[in-house]
Design a protein around this ligand. Structure first.
Ligand code: ZN
Length: 454
């Protein structure tokens, strides 16, 4: 009970931020009650505002629109909207400073980076109001799964920079105020999983938040060890692709439903499952999400490229941003009655774990974090042909020094431990998979106790 009272006060950084989160939370919850037409009208209003703002205050968009003789006042319909050029990750990499609005306070911006599910590292900026809006959205989504602020939450997560390993005080705050228990999936061994399982059996978390593949790995392990006695109210999976066979095992072992969430570093929340589990609802009051097939809107059931516009990042607008993922829309309406459209499939977050001779399972996201903010890396791929070898290929934008390469290689070797050969090679181009998708971590080594179809 105490945590439910204190946590909201502790988790928020300052009064201004706190105010925004609460305000957005109320606003977003009200939006759930709107009709489809009302949501679309609201979304269109925001898109127009964003476009006007981008034209007036963001050098990159001003230049781009002027070059093609396009003025925001000429955008009236969805067809007009599609005349706006796609913003690629390469555009962002090459024009980072010109994408920041000239009328925002640079001192209040957070610089963030992504290794990206496509293996293309990229930096970007966000302001506090934007972060607060997405925080509020996360709380709205978790409420669909029955989570309330203050509930005990177990995390199977790998982001070293997200993991609270700081001071003793900070660790106590995480344990007792935020009520979290973490298993770092960048460094998992059977012993660590066993210890974590016993801890959770005693502690009884209400909610489990995990990389999809980590939740599956852990669930498979629990089942094999006869430790399947952890029963939260829900498991939230995100960050990488959740396959149906994984969902089955996770739901079976934890005896609760899985709620899949689709977000990324650059746009924290894009879609998530409700309690009816008919697909992932696009949070269309905070993002505008298009699915394009050969440049035209994909028909329901057809796979296409995700093009997303963040309606709340005025500091660095991402307008028609192609994040590299693929998705499928659905024309079904969900029995929950929420006005948000559905995605039935999201591809492109496929990532393998690397197994090491010393018995660790290293989540593929480790590599994505390793390449965060490294200048000169355009794309990369880690390939493990056998237990004792990992080959990393890098597409460079030209200014990647030999020193940087050696430093990266040393970091990989230190993390993976002895008995595994790590090579690093700069190449002209990394081949795509047959679906046109860049897979950034591929392992041919099957994990024990985990079966993987195909
Ligand atoms: Zn629904």
């Amino acid at each position: 009970m105490y945590a439910k009272l204190f946590q909201p006060l502790w988790m928020l950084r300052d009064r201004e931020y706190r105010g925004w989160v609460f305000r957005y939370r109320r606003e977003l919850e009200r939006n759930e009650q709107l009709s489809v037409d009302q949501i679309q009208a609201l979304q269109w209003e925001r898109l127009k505002q964003l476009l006007e703002h981008a034209y007036l205050n963001v050098p990159f968009y001003r230049r781009r629109f002027d070059d093609m003789g396009l003025h925001p006042s000429a955008i009236h319909t969805p067809e007009d909207w599609r005349r706006i050029p796609i913003l690629t990750r390469h555009d962002v990499q090459a024009n980072l400073e010109d994408l920041v609005a000239t009328n925002c306070d640079r001192n209040r911006l957070s610089r963030n980076t992504t290794g990206g599910s496509t293996g293309t590292p990229m930096a970007f900026y966000q302001d506090n109001e934007h972060l607060a809006c997405h925080q509020a959205n996360k709380l709205r989504f978790r409420a669909w799964a029955g989570f309330e602020m203050g509930d005990k939450i177990a995390l199977l997560w790998g982001a070293d920079r997200d993991i609270p390993t700081r001071s003793w005080i900070e660790r106590q705050r995480i344990r007792f105020i935020r009520r979290e228990r973490w298993l770092n999936t960048f460094n998992v061994t059977p012993e660590k999983m066993k210890r974590f399982a016993h801890e959770l059996i005693r502690w009884r978390p209400k909610y489990v938040l995990a990389y999809a593949s980590s939740a599956y790995l852990f669930a498979s392990f629990l089942r094999e060890q006869g430790l399947d006695r952890i029963h939260p109210a829900a498991v939230e999976t995100s960050a990488d692709k959740l396959y149906d066979f994984q969902r089955q095992v996770i739901e079976d072992v934890f005896q609760c439903p899985v709620f899949d969430f689709y977000g990324s570093r650059e746009i924290a929340g894009m879609a998530g499952e409700c309690e009816a589990h008919t697909g992932l609802h696009v949070f269309s009051d905070i993002v505008h999400l298009e699915v394009l097939h050969n440049g035209r809107p994909a028909v329901p059931g057809e796979m296409g490229e995700v093009i997303v516009t963040d309606l709340h990042n005025f500091a660095m607008p991402l307008i028609r941003y192609q994040n590299g993922d693929l998705a499928q829309t659905s024309e079904e309406t969900c029995p929950c009655g929420r006005p948000f459209p559905l995605l039935t499939e999201i591809v492109g977050r496929a990532v393998d774990a690397i197994s090491t001779p010393n018995g660790q399972y290293v989540h593929g996201e480790f590599f994505s974090h390793l390449f965060y903010g490294v200048d000169g890396v355009r794309r990369y791929q880690a390939y493990q042909p056998s237990l004792n070898e990992v080959r990393i290929t890098i597409e460079s934008s030209g200014d990647l020094s030999e020193d940087t390469l050696q430093t990266l290689r040393r970091k990989v070797m230190a993390h993976l431990g002895p008995g595994i050969e790590v090579s690093m090679q700069v190449v002209d181009a990394i081949p795509l998979t047959p679906t046109g998708k860049h897979r950034y971590v591929i392992s041919e080594v099957l994990l024990p106790f985990v079966s993987r179809p195909d």
